[in-house]
Design a protein around this ligand. Structure first.
Ligand code: PEP
Ligand code: MG
Length: 862
């Protein structure tokens, strides 16, 4: 019942059914949350009534009463969505305390210090979460009191100190809110439930959902449970544990706990927790019971579990279990181990890996030679693997700003991270924190993102005011380079180059299973022989898009293409094209060689002119010299090439229509290369596919195709080699999609260019949309970037229309996608559903697309 009760609620119910010790409580469903939003952020009378009924039930089951002065009931109010969103939403603990209840509570527990500590924590949490008074005001009050008392730790404050703090906190609340702190537990409860509902739409939750494809319509459930206390003294404690190691996948209970502490203390990283093994020594019975429960839970859910527990006066309580977040390496090991242990089958193993997570495995590691020369300056916890190198920044905002606006690679260095930092963490190459253990926020979140992270480096002396820190006898300022090895925990005070990743045995095994089940072929978008080789290593089954203009980004080559663009006569252009032809032919030969006979789709030139014309004075001068023109001539030509909307300008097939010699040259280069490679490998069945970009009309396509066919057939005839080639088109202009039946009369294949198609269906400029899309996410108009994840209801609809229209006319037409969406798992699933033949994506996303394709096929058959 995860959809209705949220993950936490469903699993709490399940654990209760399994006879495990779970504090009594009830779950308010996700439907109630969506209704709350539908009703204009109001809790209906019916819901309020039913909440109060369940409170009464809880009272009768526990024998405690809300607001009672004999035996008071205190509750926790915790969020829990369908998909786990660790730390993204809000929680309130110790609810039900007020000035009179706290006295009764102190008496009942015989522990006034504990009672007042719980009270001041509650006021602080409630003020922060429900009333949005910042935490910092309360932290300042704690610091002032500690200074006055001459103590360093919170634990050194006495019951009277904490009582005083509670008074000060209430006064602070009144100052900020203008009314007294609510003393009625029922009012407190309704405020807390509303706050949890609200937290579904806080900025970090919205951002997390966008990153993880979680729809905003799901809503969160709310779990109300009787409090159990890990901070009741030295026979109480709280902790988190995984049934297997979440970093490596090793089959061994792995976790941390703190004695005399409450929930958030462990994950917040304020105190450094102890390993779960230590619990065996200090509380052997609790440990044994916990081990038994964790084994049972893993068998029950048939997956690695991440559990939260509390021990109250030697009695163990389970507060949560969920399928644990894990590194990509651990995910693969666990999936393979579970198959070997007979716990799951291969299909289930394929479906249990989040395709996006493979990114982390496929990402760079340090260059081994450079690493040997480098000397680590310190070492801390290897919280999330991978190698990272970048410039130091100290705030999440700076990380986002430097990465997005200045295009810098950054390492975020923080005392500890908190959920507000999520966006900056996402943009960082690596994260380094001073505090926190392996289950701290930074560690858990970075692991989930696949971002390298080192945590708990207590040797760092931070100076946030001057934006610098000292470590290993050196001072690092904002902007200085450091490198992190998230697999060993080593920190380097210098830039270390990184190299591409290599595939692990487990990845190979899993990909083997994925290959058995997927229907979609996976090709790659590769423009250079180097990229093509990399993609083949990752298992690409062809090239779905070679952007031929990208073959000219290099220093010398760009000069030749500029010469072509700036030619104002056919002769001049032919001269420039003659320079380009051998370069292209050579590259195409290498592409065919790299693909070993698999299909290669070569897309004809599609340079948005503004990306290619020279802008720097020296380049203009050099071009003038080469072309035998004056600088003024070239400047005039450049001015005449200026376009107001280059993305909708003189690019794609429009170039071939105006300058047919360009298409003829490219055809020669493609066919000559194919003939040469075919001579070398006569047994290869070379599939040459020439793709015409930006077609909007059948006549336009036919015109360019006729140029291609003429040039190609002449070469093939003269060669006496039997070479087949196909001419197809990209479908990236809405008109092409709408007239796909007509275009299919002539086109051998369609490849959906969903970058341009998205641009033109939405009317959003690909180059500029980033500037305003953020406002669309914040205002919940869009949940994700339509340029990253295909907009299925809109752009997807037009793709599906073109697929059906194309197939009606040419039933065997080959259909693929080559926009950036081709490597996005949700888009891959859509491509499977509408029956495309292949997806094409960047080399590093090939394994991701393969896995997503297998998952789509398996899920469809279920
Ligand atoms: C597209 O538009 O989706 C495409 C693949 O072409 P480009 O990104 O080169 O415009
Ligand atoms: Mg395009």
């Amino acid at each position: 019942m995860r959809n209705l009760l949220g993950g936490k609620g469903a699993n709490l119910a399940e654990m209760t059914n399994l006879g495990m010790p779970v504090p009594q409580g009830f779950t308010i469903s996700t439907e109630a949350c969506t209704k709350y939003y539908e009703d204009g952020e109001k809790i209906s009378e019916d819901l309020e009534k039913s909440i109060m009924e369940y409170i009464e039930k809880m009272e009768s089951v526990t024998g405690k009463k809300f607001g009672d002065l004999e035996n008071p009931l205190l509750v926790s109010v915790r969020s829990g969505a369908r998909a786990s969103m660790p730390g993204m939403m809000d929680t309130i603990l110790n609810l039900g305390l007020n000035d009179s209840v706290v006295v009764a509570f102190a008496e009942k527990t015989g522990n006034p210090r504990f009672a007042y500590d719980s009270y001041r924590r509650f006021i602080q949490m409630y003020s922060d979460v429900v009333m949005e008074v910042g935490k910092k005001y309360f932290e300042e009050l704690i610091d002032q009191l500690k200074e006055k008392k001459g103590v360093k730790l919170d634990t050194e404050l006495t019951a009277d100190d904490l009582k005083l703090l509670a008074e000060q906190f209430k006064a602070e609340y009144k100052k900020k809110i203008g009314s007294d702190f609510p003393s009625d537990p029922k009012m407190q409860l309704m405020g807390a439930i509303k706050a949890v509902f609200r937290s579904w739409n806080n900025p970090r939750a919205i951002y997390y959902r966008r990153m993880n494809d979680i729809p905003g319509s799901w809503g969160t459930a709310v779990n109300v449970q009787a409090m159990v206390f890990g901070n009741m003294g030295e026979t109480s404690g709280t902790g988190v544990a995984f049934t297997r190691n979440p970093s490596t996948g090793e089959r061994k209970l792995y976790g941390e706990f703190l004695m005399n502490a409450q929930g958030e203390d462990v994950v917040a990283g304020v105190r450094t927790p102890k390993s779960i093994d230590h619990l065996k020594e200090i509380m052997p019975e609790c440990y044994a019971q916990f081990v038994e429960i964790s084994n049972k839970l893993e068998k029950h859910y048939r997956d690695m579990q991440d559990m939260e527990f509390t021990i109250e006066n030697k009695k163990l309580y389970m507060l949560q279990t969920r399928n644990g977040k894990r590194t990509a390496a651990a995910a693969l090991k666990i999936a393979c181990d579970l198959v070997d242990e007979g716990m799951i089958n291969e299909k289930e193993a394929v479906c249990m890996i989040d395709p996006k997570q493979l990114d982390a495995l496929l990402h760079p590691q340090f260059d081994v030679i450079a690493l040997k020369k480098a000397k680590p300056i310190a070492m801390a916890l290897a919280a999330s693997p991978g190698a990272a190198c970048g410039k130091v920044v100290f705030t999440a905002e700076d990380a986002t700003e430097w990465a997005t606006k200045r295009n810098e690679k950054v390492i975020l260095v923080r005392l500890e991270t908190s959920p507000e930092d999520i966006e900056g963490m996402h943009y960082s190459e690596g994260i380094l924190t001073v505090r926190g253990g392996m289950t701290s926020h930074a560690a858990v979140v970075a692991r989930g993102m696949g971002t390298c992270c080192i945590s708990g480096c207590g040797e760092i002396k931070m100076d946030l005011e001057y934006k610098c820190f000292t470590l290993g006898g050196r001072t690092f300022k904002e902007g200085d380079f450091i490198s992190l090895d998230g697999s060993s925990g080593k920190i380097y005070g210098e830039a270390i180059p990184t190299v591409e990743a290599s595939i692990s045995a487990e990845l190979g095994r899993l990909m083997g299973w994925a290959d058995q089940y997927r229907v979609l072929k996976v090709r790659t978008n590769a423009d250079t022989p180097k990229d093509a080789k990399q993609a083949v290593l990752f298992g690409a089954e062809g090239i779905g898009l070679c952007r031929t203009e990208h073959m000219f980004f290099d220093g010398e080559r760009i000069k030749a293409i500029r010469e072509m663009i700036c030619s104002d006569t056919v002769e001049g252009r032919t001269k420039a094209l003659a320079k380009l032809e051998p370069m292209q032919q050579g590259d195409f030969e290498e592409l065919y060689e790299a693909l070993g006979g698999n299909p290669v789709t070569i897309r004809f030139l599609d340079p948005p002119l503004h990306e290619f014309v020279p802008t720097v004075k020296e380049d203009i001068e050099e071009l003038a010299k080469t072309m035998g023109k004056t600088v003024n001539d070239i400047e005039n030509i450049i001015a005449s090439l200026h376009e107001f909307n280059p993305m909708m300008g003189h690019r794609g097939c429009r170039l071939a229509v105006t300058y047919p010699e360009i298409a003829a040259m490219q055809t020669r280069a493609v066919i000559k290369a194919a003939l040469k490679v075919k001579t070398k490998h006569p047994d290869w069945n070379l599939f040459t596919e020439i793709m015409i970009p930006l077609i909007g009309d059948l006549k336009e396509f036919s015109y360019v195709k006729s140029i291609v066919v003429k040039a190609a057939d002449e070469l093939i005839k003269n060669s006496n080699i039997n070479l087949e080639y196909k001419v197809g088109t990209m479908i990236e202009i809405p008109r092409a999609a709408l007239t796909a039946d007509e275009i299919a009369e002539e086109a051998d294949f369609f490849s959906f260019g969903t970058n341009d198609l998205t641009q033109m269906v939405f009317g959003f400029s690909r180059d500029d949309a980033g500037k305003f899309l953020d406002a669309y996410y914040t205002n919940k108009i869009y949940e994700s970037d339509p340029f990253a994840r295909l907009d299925i209801p809109g752009v997807g609809k037009i793709v599906k229309f073109a697929v059906e229209a194309g197939r009606r006319v040419r039933p065997n037409i080959k259909l693929g996608i080559c926009g950036e969406h081709g490597g996005d798992p949700s888009t891959v699933a859509f491509c499977h559903e509408i029956g495309l033949d292949y997806v094409s994506c960047s080399p590093f996303r090939v394994p991701i697309a393969k896995l997503a394709a297998a998952q789509a096929a398996i899920r469809q058959k279920k």
